[in-house]
Design a binder for this molecule. Structure first.
Ligand code: NAP
Ligand code: G4F
Length: 372
């Protein structure tokens, strides 16, 4: 039985990857951080099953800033595969905590690689590093002749997050070349799901769409509506991570859908999914979104009501304007075929967030009806 160790197992990707590897018969170990309140919501369903004999799932307390802890966990687990997904992953927040991001996302990667080397596991343990399309920085002149970023496009990170991740990328490649380790970078473009953190733009939009439709929120405030992203589904992307580590030769791969969409259009798609059409008027910070029509009898939205506005607090000091990746190498070499398109992703996220907001609304009503 193969043994996998996942850092960042409590995150969006970690939770889907854990499910995938368990399905494939792996023994899965995960690193979770100690927190003052529960932080395992995304994996509780797996954890609760662990007492059943067939579930091989173990969690270890740990942190990527703590070398001795990382060495001890890897020594105990003796993994065949390590997926280093742990990171402070929010680009905007990285401008507030640049040193912490460098420590976790940059040096944290080195700690994993060094631990494997110190323990003499270079031949046994394969390592996946969660690299990112943020490395490209969205510079138009760096796209290839087909208009995509590919595995040869130059990097130009535009945030402390991108700068930390570029160290993670190069140190992974260096350890592969210097010590012959099976260490690979997955350069993943944005991927989302109903488990996406609530402060990333897609989830912020689908949660707010549900809350506005159900009368629980008046207006959604966003930052740069002009940004364009290549969005896929996290479930498809963790499958690619696994495929990267099953190859004969270690290499780096882009994982992307090859299509890009404006943030503004993601808003329109989310509302349209629940029968509400939005019309945008105005420009820059004055741009606003209004209800143009509402065909869903369950939602009582007044026509012409303003429900979207721009709030400059969500702008970044330096922005990545446009990302679009070329998945040719991953499709041909890995045989990777995504099951979701953007419409399918939005549909799933909206269905999930409508249920979530309905449940929250019901709980609020129950709580307010209890006379303490
Ligand atoms: P996520 O939901 O933010 O999850 C990040 C995980 O890292 C969480 O489990 C978090 O723990 C953990 N973590 C944070 N700081 C840590 C530390 N100091 N030590 C150990 N663990 C720590 O991110 P994701 O979307 O699943 O992304 C997974 C990885 O892929 C990240 O490295 C991200 O940078 C990278 N990536 C993501 C995308 C994307 O579009 N999703 C694209 C490219 C690359 P808590 O739950 O305790 O916070
Ligand atoms: O959803 P986002 O915060 O994701 P971002 O910055 O692209 O980063 C994500 O993808 C990277 C891969 O390219 C990962 F490496 C990283 O870990 C993370 O998962 O923002 C997407 C775009 C940005 O251009 C942002 O300026 O949406 C724009 N945006 C507009 N309004 C907003 C908002 N972003 C957020 N978070 N919140 C807003 O209100």
């Amino acid at each position: 039985m193969k043994i996998a160790l996942i850092t960042g197992i409590t995150g969006q990707d970690g939770s889907y990857l854990a499910e995938l590897l368990l399905e494939k018969g792996y023994m899965v170990h995960g690193v979770k951080r100690r927190a003052s309140s529960f932080n395992t919501q995304r994996i509780d369903h797996i954890y609760q099953d662990q007492h059943q004999a067939h579930v091989n799932f173990t969690l270890h307390y740990g942190d990527l800033t703590d070398s001795t802890n990382i060495i001890r966990i890897i020594q105990e687990v003796q993994p065949d595969e390590i997926y280093n997904l742990g990171a402070m992953s929010h680009v905007k927040v990285s401008f507030d905590s640049p040193e912490y991001v460098a420590n976790v996302d940059g040096i944290g990667t080195l700690r994993i690689l060094e631990a494997v080397r110190i323990l003499g596991l270079e031949k046994k343990t394969r390592i996946y590093q969660a690299s990112t399309s943020e490395l490209y920085g969205g510079l138009a002149e760096n796209k290839n002749e087909k208009g995509f970023y590919d595995e040869h496009s130059p990097f130009y990170p535009r945030s402390p997050y991108g700068a930390a991740k570029i160290y993670g990328f190069w140190i992974t490649k260096n350890y592969r070349e210097a010590y012959n380790m099976f260490a690979c970078n997955g350069i993943l473009f944005n991927h989302e799901s109903p488990r996406r953190g609530e402060t990333f733009v897609t989830r912020k939009i689908t949660m707010a769409t549900a809350a506005i439709a159900l009368g629980e929120q008046d207006c959604l405030y966003l930052g740069n509506l002009e940004a364009q992203r290549d969005w896929g589904h996290a479930k498809d992307y963790v499958e690619a991570m696994w495929r990267i580590l099953q190859q004969e030769v270690p290499e780096d791969y882009i994982i992307a859908m090859g299509e890009t969409t404006y943030v503004r259009d993601f808003v329109k798609m989310s509302f349209s999914e629940v029968g509400i059409d939005i019309e945008f008027r105005g420009e820059g910070v004055d741009e606003k979104g209004y209800v143009a029509s509402c065909s869903n009898p369950d939602y009582q939205l007044e026509l012409g009501k303003q429900i979207i506005a721009v709030d400059p607090q969500y702008f970044r000091p330096t922005e990545v304007d446009l990302l679009i990746g070329d998945p040719t190498k991953s499709k041909t070499q890995l045989g990777w075929v995504p099951k979701y398109d953007l419409a399918g992703l939005v549909k799933e996220m909206m269905a999930s967030d409508i249920l979530y907001v309905k449940k929250e609304k019901m709980l609020k009503e129950v709580r307010s009806s209890i006379n303490y």
